[in-house]
Design a protein around this ligand. Structure first.
Ligand SMILES: [Zn+2]
Length: 397
């Protein structure tokens, strides 16, 4: 299909600097206007957090379940990255379009917005929904809020396709993404008197060591060969604390993540870390000072996508994008949250995940073409009712 117009739409979308710490309202308003002009009924769901909103548009009948196409509007930061061209100006080189968010995931959003008039003019018995969320790259609160709304709505979407970059292959499973922060409160003394103090940094290091040992144990537990790294993973990514070499550190923080296999609970993995803190680390700390403490708080817990919940949807979608083999990915997506509310979901979108979050992120123009072809095939399938099997079997198998 002709990608010229989609490239222009993408050019506009990447010009909105929607790094997660910024507002996404301008992008949402601009998209809402475009969709309304195409005949969509648009619901803008504002967040408690100022400057943030989701968008949920319906094209076609309002009172029957439809197919939801979903993308996140935010992008990861560019700070500290060496870009060959301005990250917020779409730049074409050798058949690829470079900009922050070109692959992850404004390319998919551009395709959906451009297809809106086509969806509107098709004789569809069921609607197409276009959803845009906020904060996917940070705490996934946008989709949490939207999923809560959809759960309570009189009709819930029949199925959803999330357009994260998969090179237009259907992904049926992804690992969960959970982030936790351990805060350690030690006791400060001059380090020459170290037996009278507690170094929070040293306690933090023991937590990190425990995480490494826990990872080894997880490699002996449940295995799923569909994933590149076939185990649940736990990883300490950041640690900070202390003020001087000769003061026992009062504070330390460890930020760690759990990427659980679908069906495995991140909370259970974290329970082992909490238990270690309470049984092994805290008692000797408290002997030195009752002020000492360790807290482990959840920053985010997004469930994985379990392929046992989307078989029929995957079978309906795979022929539409010439996908022979369903895929599994290790990165977290919003899909599990929709599956949790009974909306079967797969992931399929233009571009490659390996260029996402990187300097010189790009999407091939040919990928946008394949995405438009997929959306056109989806429209034809809906017109002809050949996706009907999907309707009668939503959520099953
Ligand atoms: Zn993404």
């Amino acid at each position: 299909m002709d990608t010229k117009k989609t490239i222009q739409t993408l050019e506009r979308l990447v010009a909105f600097d929607t790094v997660s710490s910024n507002s996404n309202i301008e992008l949402i308003d601009w998209s809402a206007n475009r969709l309304e002009a195409a005949g969509a009924k648009v619901f803008v769901q504002h967040a408690d957090e100022p400057g943030k909103a989701n968008l949920f548009a319906t094209i076609g009948p309002q009172d029957v379940p439809g197919i939801m196409l979903s993308g996140h509007s935010d992008v990861v930061p560019v700070a500290g990255q060496a870009w060959s061209s301005d990250p917020f100006t779409l730049t074409e080189r050798n058949g690829s379009l470079y900009a922050r968010g070109s692959a992850d995931m404004k390319g998919f959003i551009a395709c959906c917005l451009d297809m809106a008039p086509r969806f509107a003019s098709a004789k569809l018995a069921m609607p197409v929904h276009i959803a845009l969320s906020y904060n996917e790259e940070t705490n996934m609160r946008g989709m949490r809020q939207l999923a809560a709304h959809l759960k309570a709505a009189p009709v819930r979407p029949l199925a959803c396709v999330i357009g994260e970059p998969t090179m237009m292959q259907v992904v049926v499973a992804n690992k969960g993404a959970a982030i936790y922060r351990a805060r350690i409160r030690g006791f400060s003394v001059h380090s020459s008197l170290r037996d009278q103090g507690v170094s929070a940094v040293e306690v933090g290091a023991q937590i990190v060591t425990h995480i490494v040992a826990l990872q080894r144990r997880l490699e002996g537990a449940e295995r799923h060969d569909g994933f590149e790294y076939p185990f649940t993973s736990v990883h300490a990514g950041m640690m900070s604390g202390g003020t001087a070499h000769n003061i026992t550190a009062r504070d330390c923080e460890v930020l760690f993540e759990v990427r659980a296999l679908p069906g495995v609970s991140a909370a259970q993995v974290v329970a082992q870390i909490r238990q270690f803190c309470e049984r092994e680390l805290l008692p000797p700390m408290r002997k030195v000072s009752p002020e000492c403490s360790i807290t482990v708080e959840e920053v985010l817990d997004a469930p994985g996508l379990d392929e046992r919940g989307n078989r029929n949807l995957a079978q309906a979608m795979m022929p539409l994008c010439n996908c022979a083999q369903p895929g599994r990915v290790s990165f977290g997506t919003e899909a599990g949250m929709l599956q949790e509310i009974g909306v079967p979901t797969v992931v399929c979108g233009p571009g490659a995940i390996k260029v996402a979050h990187q300097p010189d992120e790009y999407v091939e123009i040919s990928q946008l073409g394949l995405c438009l072809d997929f959306l056109e095939s989806l429209t034809v399938g809906m017109e002809r009712g050949t996706l009907g099997a999907l309707a009668s079997s939503a959520g099953a198998g």
